[in-house]
Ligand binder design. Structure first.
Ligand code: ADP
Ligand code: GN1
Ligand code: MG
Length: 369
């Protein structure tokens, strides 16, 4: 991961928000692939500094930032109202002019969140309790949004989890071969083509009405849930930029990809990447026991394991597409970063395929009354 340095005009951005006291320190923060995140510390006069998270939103990827921020405002307000007093949910700091986001002279958009204190994120799951917390948090999050007022949320990235459309983007990238890399990644391209039919499975179920669209998070990576420093219980779901209509299976699948895997997404050695079945079991238990468990039908329950494979395949396809296009989408730390990510995702797809029977057994055991 490569963090963007604090820009020299950062103070001008901060001045547009009503932040407490004197700014003591600023630094790049987090390990996201899309936005630029910074932490700022303010002296309040009361001893402990007040902290904020300041983000420059990637407007090349999120093309309609005002619409995105309207979603975020609606979702954060709804979650805070549901939680009531003492909520630790993500909350925005409005700018002096009352807007949730400001634009700098270069045309970049900036927003500020209150720092969620006493909590942390992890990039990798290291015990069953963490996996269970993530599953419960993302399941409850989705259930809380089931009665979000104000109509359909805007699609901040159209066709975000439309795996067929992701596949067609990949196919075009192979044909165009913009970066001249296709000949060097024949094995990965062949693998992607060999699993093409998977791309349509959930879309076909949706078209037949066998699974339903709901308000989902769509980026349920383990580092998008904050865990209490002391109790290790989940306290907040963050990174709300892709909260929009989707399938619960996408949320489960993305969680499984990042929480039931034995290696980092970008491990340079794909042989390190395996499905961790005990974590898969805990994710299924936690998701089904969460508030969303009761609304999942039998088809959705039966496809939980497949969803993990599909989201892993989709991410692999997206990393490969970006590699073929010359690394224009994700932040990279070295020239082969997207290729490493792709290979390691495809290794996980293979391992999930090899563990079908064990996964079925777990699903049956967990679903048994
Ligand atoms: P990205 O879209 O780039 O992944 P995130 O919104 O997930 O950006 O933020 C990146 C990281 O910053 C998170 O994984 C988390 O560790 C930290 N973070 C984000 N928002 C907050 C917050 N309000 N309080 C504390 N930490 C936060
Ligand atoms: C991006 O922003 P971040 O790092 O949480 C991406 C996800 C991918 C993920 C892969 C808006 O998530 O869809 O699954 O990288 N977000 C966007 O790690 O494209
Ligand atoms: Mg994130």
């Amino acid at each position: 991961m490569s963090r963007t340095p604090v820009p020299d005009y950062f103070a001008d951005v901060l001045r547009q928000f009503p932040l407490a006291g004197r700014c003591l320190a600023t630094a790049p923060y987090g390990s996201g692939h899309i936005n630029d995140t910074f932490i700022v510390h303010y002296e309040t006069g009361g001893g402990t500094p007040k902290r904020y998270v300041v983000q420059r939103i990637n407007h090349h990827i999120f093309k309609n930032v005002p619409a995105l921020m309207e979603n975020v405002q609606r979702v954060t307000a709804h979650l805070a109202a549901k939680d009531g007093p003492g909520s630790r949910a993500l909350s925005l700091v409005a700018a002096h002019d009352g807007r949730p986001v400001i634009r700098d002279e270069a045309g970049s958009w900036w927003r500020v969140y209150h720092f969620i204190e006493g909590a942390h994120t992890v990039d990798r799951v290291t015990n069953e309790a963490e996996a269970r917390e993530a599953a419960t948090a993302f399941g409850d999050f989705q259930a809380k949004l089931a009665d979000l007022p104000g109509g359909r949320l805007q699609e901040t990235i159209p066709n975000f989890h439309h795996t067929r459309s992701r596949f067609e983007n990949f196919r075009r990238a192979v044909t165009a071969d913009q970066a001249g890399r296709a000949a060097t990644v024949r094995a990965e391209i062949d693998f992607a083509f060999s699993r093409e039919s998977d791309a349509d499975v959930l879309l076909n179920l949706l078209a037949k009405g066998e699974v339903s669209e709901r308000v989902t998070h769509n980026d349920t990576k383990i580092n998008n849930v904050m865990l209490d420093d002391v109790t290790h219980r989940a306290v907040a779901v963050i990174d709300l930029d892709t909260v929009m209509p989707g399938l619960p299976l996408y949320d489960f699948g993305e969680m499984m990809r990042t929480s039931a895997s034995s290696a980092a997404e970008d491990d340079p050695n794909p042989a390190n990447m395996r499905l961790v079945l005990p974590y898969f079991r805990v994710l299924v238990e936690g998701y089904l026991a969460s508030a969303v468990g009761g609304v999942l039908n039998a088809t959705e329950r039966a496809h939980l394991g497949f969803a993990g494979k599909l989201m892993t395949y989709e991410n692999g396809l997206r990393f490969l597409t970006d590699y073929l296009q010359g690394d224009t989408y994700y932040k990279i730390a070295h020239p082969h970063h997207n290729l490493d990510r792709c290979r390691t995702q495809f290794a996980l797809v293979r391992d999930i395929e090899a563990r079908q029977d064990e996964m079925h057994r777990i699903l049956e055991q967990v679903s048994r009354p």
